[in-house]
Structure formats: C-alpha cells, structure tokens
Design a protein around this ligand. Structure first.
Ligand code: UDX
Length: 433
C-alpha cells in the first residue's frame, strides 16, 4: 500500500514510521522545510524511545521518505492520513480545526483515482462530515472516502502502542475503504488485535470517550488520595484493592499531581464543549476538568505545608518537569503550575529534568536549571519530585541528603516507600499515604 501522511508531529511521525515498518510505502509531509531536511538526514525532532532507529531503518530500506509538498505522494496514495494538530482554540476550548480543513482542501486539489482520506488527528464528532464536504466541494467528481481512525498512542511508549495496540478503531461505512484499512493494518491480524469497524461519528467519539474516561479514572484516585490523607488510609493499597476487580482494572490508578500532556487536558475540554453544544452536557467530565485544574495549584500548597507553612527565602529543588517520564513534552505539565505558585510564595527554585530542560527554559522564569539531581539538591531546603523518571527512583539518598541544607522531601508520585525514606533521615510527604 502507498500512504501519504500529512503532518510530521508526534502522531504523524510515529504512525508513518510504523506503517513503513509494516512494509507499506510511506511519504510523510510537512510544510516545515527545516524539519523535513532534519528528518531526511536521520534527525528526529521529538523525543520518543526507539523512533530514531525505526525512522532511519525504514528510510534506508526506502519505504519511508519525507517531503514538503504533498502533490506526488497524494496522487500515488491508496490512503492519505491527516495527522495535523488540533490545538484548543483560545477562549472557548473547542478544538481548532483550521489545519485539518486546510489539509482536506489541499488533498482534494491533487488526489487521483480512488483515495481513502483518514483523519488520525483527534477531531470532534462530525469533523469527518465536514472534511467530506470540503473535498466534495473542491472535487465534485472525486472518487474518495473519508474515514476516522483515531490513535491511542502514549508518549514514551508510542511505537509499542502502535504495533501492539489493545484495539484499532476504524470509522467508515464504505466497503472499499474498509478493505484498504484492513490491508494497512494486516500485520496486526497476526497478534489478533481486534479491529473495530464502526460508523465515522462513533469512531470519532470513541477517542474522546476513552481519553475522558482515563482522565476521570486518574481524577477519581487523586480525590481518593486526598480522602486517604484526611482519614489515615493508604491510596496505593486502595488502588490495588479496587484495581484487582477485573471490572475496574488496576491501570491509571496512580495518584499524583494531576494529569497533563498534549491529550487529556485538551480532549476533555473539547468533549465538554461538544456535549454542551449538543445540549447533552457531560457533568462528570466537566467536574474532572475542574478538579484536575485545581489540583495542580493545590500541589503547591501541599509543598508549602510540608515546609512548615512559609517558603519565602527558601530554596526548593524540583526533580522532574515534563508531564510524565520518557518525554521532553512540557505541555500542561503540573510543574508549570506548581513552580510559579511556589515562586509567588517567595521560594527560590532550582530544577532538573533528564529531557525537558530545553522546553522548560522557554516556559518557566527565574528557575536555576541544573544538570543532575545532586547538583539540583545542593543547598536546598526541600526536594520536590514532580515527575517519576526512573533515574529518581534509585537516588543515592545519603549523598542527596548530605548536599542539602534541609531534610524535606515531597514526593508527588509516590516513588519512595515512606518507611524507607524516613529511616534515611528525610522528613517525607507523599500523596495519599
Ligand atoms: C494519553 C493516552 O494514554 C493516549 O491513549 C492518547 O492517545 C493520548 O493521551 P499520554 O498523554 O502520552 O497519552 O500519556 P499517559 O501515559 O496517558 O498520561 C497522561 C497523564 O496522566 C500524565 O500526566 C500522567 O502523569 C497522568 N497519569 C497517568 C496519572 O497521573 N496517573 C495514572 O495512573 C496515569
């Protein structure tokens, strides 16, 4: 199969490289000339474990190429994927679809022969209809189908999620499109991945429903963590106790500083807007959004409280800035709320992150960035762990404590055992335990 992938952001690049690895011929297209040059010469603009080798191998074996112009790739393609950004629109939280619509128009102008146009970007219900309308307007005689095929890729585990997904969702009622999509995902039949064919609108909604449910699950355990603190229970054991019920499942029950990232905050907000507009508000999700936003601010209060109620003039060492480990992505990261709130309260912040510093420097002011956890902790009154990078799980705590001025550790990801760390002389606070 020949695939054109429009957009070489996170989703486009991972999907394009994985389809090429399945044996298809893929051209990834991006208007950003510099990015295309970089990709052609083997460079990867994002941080994703294993992606560099995957891209380089498929480029070498001539199944994967990059271009700034979509004309040739779209003309030859069996399937054209739209994987452009759908950011939250300023002000109202709706998904901004201008890039999707622009891509649809450009595809329509050059497509040739029967073409399946697939929206991979996360788009509100009904977007497929609009994409179809735009294409039909440009090419009244065009032979094409518009399909929804949402992605469920976690950053940091995206390649594995693409190649070994729990399911693939395809929204189309066009028989020929169904065949093309089956062929594209054929390698997954080997590991018996369920491929769910639905209508386009249902498929579009499945993506939002999945993300909203997961965001709600995290928010549920976060509130439980607060209750555990109030009544003297342990949230990790509560999570294990309820998660062992197969109907609930143990995943996404880690209490922490609130969810962030490029998907959950944006998608939950967009879904609530869609639902309000449709006259069917989703109150559970509205509350989830609100509780999660508040939580990120409350985490700063938690740190202040752990430090005796006053942090002015104190130095705080922050370990972990990205919204989760194994990514350099800072979007909606809890650190972006926690750090400024601590600075407002008068604290001086030093910070370290294994991959996020370049991004963080653009987003945080007056922070002293350091090149390692021990340097970061030097002279600090307290350490605050915001992201659970593996390298923070096995710190030399003796060394850490010896370089600090104080003995406070606030672990917002529960990566240490309270008993162990207290034995090593830390005044330790975690979440829900
Ligand atoms: C998510 C979805 O998992 C993926 O299917 C979707 O397509 C895109 O959004 P991602 O944002 O990369 O992926 O990360 P994920 O691992 O899902 O974590 C999202 C946020 O939730 C992070 O801030 C993480 O720290 C937080 N989280 C996750 C928790 O606080 N507790 C948990 O138990 C799980």
């Amino acid at each position: 199969m020949r695939v054109a992938m429009i957009g070489t952001g996170y989703v486009g690049l991972v999907s394009g490289a994985c389809f090429a690895d399945f044996g298809h011929h893929v051209t990834c297209i991006d208007k950003d000339r510099e990015k295309v040059e970089m990709l052609r010469s083997g460079g990867i603009p994002i941080y994703e474990p294993g992606l560099d080798q995957l891209v380089q191998r498929n480029v070498r074996e001539e199944r994967l190429s990059f271009d700034t112009d979509l004309t040739q790739a779209v003309k030859e393609a069996d399937a054209v994927f739209i994987a452009v950004g759908t950011p939250s629109r300023r002000g109202d939280g709706f998904a901004d679809l201008s890039y999707v619509h622009a891509a649809a128009k450009e595809i329509a102008e050059v497509m040739d022969g029967y073409t399946v146009i697939v929206t991979k970007s996360t788009v509100p219900v009904g977007t497929g209809d609009e994409v179809e309308r735009i294409i039909r307007e440009t090419r009244p005689d065009g032979d094409f189908a518009v399909v929804s095929n949402p992605e469920f890729l976690r950053e940091g585990a995206a390649i594995d999620d693409f190649k070994r997904p729990d399911r693939v969702v395809v929204g189309t009622e066009d028989e020929r499109a169904r065949e093309v999509m089956s062929e594209l995902y054929r390698p997954l039949y080997l590991n018996e991945t369920p491929i769910l064919f639905t209508t386009r609108r249902t498929s579009e909604l499945i993506k939002y429903a999945a993300n909203a449910f997961l965001a709600m699950k995290i928010t549920f355990i976060n509130e439980m963590a607060d209750l555990c603190e109030s009544v003297g229970a342990n949230v990790q054991e509560v999570a294990r106790g309820v998660g062992l019920d197969n109907r609930i499942g143990g995943k996404f029950l880690h209490a922490g500083p609130g969810y962030g990232g490029s998907c959950f905050p944006k998608d939950t907000l967009a879904l609530t807007r869609t639902a309000q507009e449709a006259g069917t508000p989703l109150r559970l999700i509205e509350t989830t959004v609100e509780v999660n936003d508040r939580r990120k601010h409350d985490m700063a209060k938690k740190v202040v409280k752990a430090m005796g109620g006053d942090v002015s003039g104190k130095t705080i060492a922050v370990l972990g800035l990205t919204f989760k480990p194994n990514t350099d992505d800072m979007r909606e990261a809890p650190s972006l709320d926690i750090i400024p709130a601590l600075q407002d309260a008068g604290a001086k912040i030093r910070a370290y992150d294994p991959a996020g510093i370049v991004e963080a420097e653009k987003m945080l002011k007056d922070v002293e960035f350091t090149s390692g956890p021990y340097l970061c902790a030097e002279g600090a009154d307290a350490i605050v762990i915001i992201t659970e990078w593996n390298e923070f799980r096995a710190l030399d705590t003796e060394r850490l404590k010896s370089v600090m001025a104080g003995d406070i550790m606030v672990d917002l990801r529960n990566i240490y055992s309270p008993e162990d760390i207290q034995k090593r002389g830390f005044n330790y606070t975690s979440v829900g335990r």
